[in-house]
Design a protein around this ligand. Sequence first.
Ligand code: MN3
Length: 258
Amino acid sequence: MNESRREFLTVGAASALGGALLSGVLNGKAEAAEGSGHEGHPGHANAMKGLFPGAVDADGKYALPPLPYAYDALAEVIDEQTMKLHHDKHHEGYVKGLIKAEEELAKARQSGNFEFIQYWSRQSAFHGGGHFLHTMFWACMAPPGQGGEPGESFKKGIEKDFGSVDGMVAQLKAATKSVEGSGWGLLAYSIAAGKLVILQAQNQQLLTQWASIPLLGIDVWEHAYYLKYQNNRGAYVDAFPKIINWKGVSERYSMLAG
Ligand code: MN3
């Protein structure tokens, strides 16, 4: 998508896209329930894909999803240049890195030479973590004043697992500020435990619980905030709630928690 086209995209359009994805997800669930998914349960796979909109293209190849708003739409909290570099350069780099890792792993299988298996496995985890977390990141932000409020069932879930929305946000901010080095603060849904949890990620892939799917994340790699906030990570994290797309995150929660 070219830049002028992207300028025309509004949060309304993003919501419509989210709605379309959500209905695809619900259809996918219905299909799975009806038992139309045989091998590999394709209905369920479709449901999971909706959590990471645009992470793969129509052919199932890894792709850079377009930003659902203009580069400057979040400028009150994240400046235009940071958004441009972060999306077009950093995220693109993770997509390329993930594709490369899988190509090299395929070559290794073909040749039977697994000498560099540790390196390419690590590359796959790092770039894959980067690709999927950033895909989620763009979707869980919205221009100030347009993100709405947590939906009813999401709010109930938060209250059950954290006491209150404010309590959850306070824990998420504290966890995010204290990430050691580069990483993320994440609100995730544990599909194993059926509850919300807050985790940190170091780099893109360390400290996961494995059974938890991230719903909302704050990227605290310096590339996410340094131009505007320099070393003041705390000010960036404190401002972040202004641009949370609560409506979108609520939809993501519904895809997992029903
Ligand atoms: Mn980043």
